[in-house]
Ligand binder design. Structure first.
Ligand code: UGA
Length: 453
């Protein structure tokens, strides 16, 4: 099938590369010329494990362009995967989405094209995109545009850092449309993934127990709501374990044991129950805010989702409270942050807990040093105004510091030889924000080990 993808961010690029890999002819469009030139040269503008390898394998089916007139007329399916960044009010900015819809309408020429919202868009956006496309198309051709296109929603559930695996071996695929023909075309498009008939790439092998992928084929509004409900549920699962963590600390319980004990109940499930500093990233914060905003348009409150957001903010403050308890005064202290990205295996700093914690520490007069295996270049570009001192190694970061805060659970931080580093620190205090270190071992080595829960 001929596929056009508008927007080459995490979602658009991963979707484009994966669809090309399973055999479709894909044209990715972005209005940013420098990005397109880099992609044409085989370079990926984001850090995502194995995306560049898969791009190399899928190259024969994949092209990049800045031109709508090249991308749209021949496409059977057009995915809109543009950014929908949050506005000050919490609702997403739909400017890029509306521009994309307008340009699609101006260039549609096929017999029937499915236009798919892949970006996380507010409920009702499908209808809105449809209206913009229709108006632009009718204006261009000077007559009614009946039956020229169908609108669908196909939310993505990929996580940064493991985006290829999540796309090729998903738990489910959700497609939503009010037009049967659009659903049939999307079913055909995804058939190789649904039936798992494509050869797995060697660098992201198929999980051994992977069977056929369930398809949820539904109406437009349900598909749009599924995306928000999924992200809100995952966010509240994390906030729930963090709330229980606060009580665990008071009563002397180990939250990791509690999480294991409840997660083994298959009705609850063990994933997304890791307590700690809380969730960051571009999705959970934005999507929970948008869900609350949408509900309020209908006169509804979402107290559970709001509470999940509140608990998440509290986790960040908790770091500062713990440091204050330990060090009494933060002015003039040096604090080392290990990890800047919002999670391991990405260089994404959007809504990263590290940025917020650094700001809170500096407001209180502390000096902040930091390290990240991948995200330091990006931090330098996006947050150099904060005045955080970036260090090339963990050793250099912890040198002369009063406390270390482990913010992101990169594998290499699990393997640090803390005993060897202790003499270089001013005081051996470790705040384990992700509960991944061996507290007993560190205590025996003379550290003051504090878990954030
Ligand atoms: C999330 C969802 O997991 C994806 O399904 C969804 O497609 C994506 O948002 C999106 O809407 O685009 P992502 O933000 O990439 O994916 O990352 P997650 O792995 O979900 O982690 C989000 C945050 O939660 C991270 O800061 C992570 O450290 C934190 N987290 C995760 C916890 O604090 N505890 C956990 O148990 C799990």
């Amino acid at each position: 099938m001929n596929v056009a993808i508008i927007g080459t961010g995490y979602v658009g690029l991963t979707t484009g590369v994966c669809l090309a890999y399973i055999g479709h002819s894909v044209l990715c469009l972005d209005t940013d010329l420098s990005k397109i030139e880099a992609l044409q040269a085989g370079k990926i503008p984001i850090y995502e494990p194995h995306l560049e390898d898969l791009l190399a394998e899928a190259q024969r089916n994949l092209r990049f362009t800045t031109s709508y007139s090249e991308a749209i007329p021949d496409a059977d399916v057009v995915f809109i995967a543009v950014g929908t960044p949050p506005t000050a009010s919490g609702s997403p900015n739909l400017e890029y989405l509306s521009q994309a819809a307008q340009s699609i309408g101006e260039h549609l020429a096929g017999e029937f094209t499915v236009i798919v919202n892949k970006s996380t868009v507010p409920i009702g956006s499908g209808n809105w995109v449809g209206a913009i496309v229709r108006r632009a198309l009718e204006q261009r051709q000077g007559r009614k545009a009946n039956g020229a296109f169908g609108i669908a929603s196909n939310p993505e559930f990929l996580r940064e850092g493991v985006a290829i695996g999540d796309s090729l071996y998903p738990d489910r695929i959700v497609i939503g449309s009010d037009e049967e023909r659009a659903l049939e075309i999307l079913y055909t498009l995804y058939r190789p993934v649904l039936d798992q008939t494509f050869p797995a790439p060697v660098f992201v092998p198929r999980p051994e127990d992977k069977g056929a992928v369930p398809l949820v084929s539904t109406d437009l509004a349900s598909a749009e709501l599924i995306k928000y409900a999924a992200n809100a549920f995952l966010a509240l699962k994390i906030s729930f374990i963090n709330e229980i963590g606060q009580l665990a600390e008071r009563v002397g319980a180990d939250i990791r044991e509690v999480a294991r004990g409840i997660g083994l109940d298959s009705r609850i499930g063990s994933r997304f129950l890791s307590a700690g500093i809380g969730w960051g990233g571009s999705c959970f914060g934005k999507d929970t805010a948008a869900l609350v905003a949408t509900a309020s348009e209908y006169g509804l409150k979402m107290p559970i989702v709001e509470a999940a957001r509140e608990v998440n903010c509290r986790q960040r403050d908790h770091v500062i409270e713990k440091l204050l308890q330990e060090l009494k005064i933060l002015k003039g202290r040096t604090i080392a942050l290990l990890g800047l990205a919002f999670k391991p295996n990405t260089d994404d700093l959007r809504e990263s807990p590290a940025v917020e914690i650094a700001q809170k520490l500096m407001v209180r007069g502390a000096r902040v040093k930091a390290h990240d295996p991948i995200a330091m270049d990006r931090f330098q570009r996006e947050h150099c105004h904060l005045g955080v001192e970036l260090c090339p190694t963990v050793e250099a970061t912890v040198e002369e510091c009063d406390a270390v805060v482990l913010v992101t659970e990169w594998t290499e931080y699990r393997e640090v030889d803390w005993e060897a580093l202790a003499p270089a620190m001013r005081s051996p205090v470790i705040l384990d924000g992700r509960l991944i270190l061996d507290g007993d071992k560190l205590s025996r080595a003379g550290f003051r080990y504090i878990g954030i829960n």
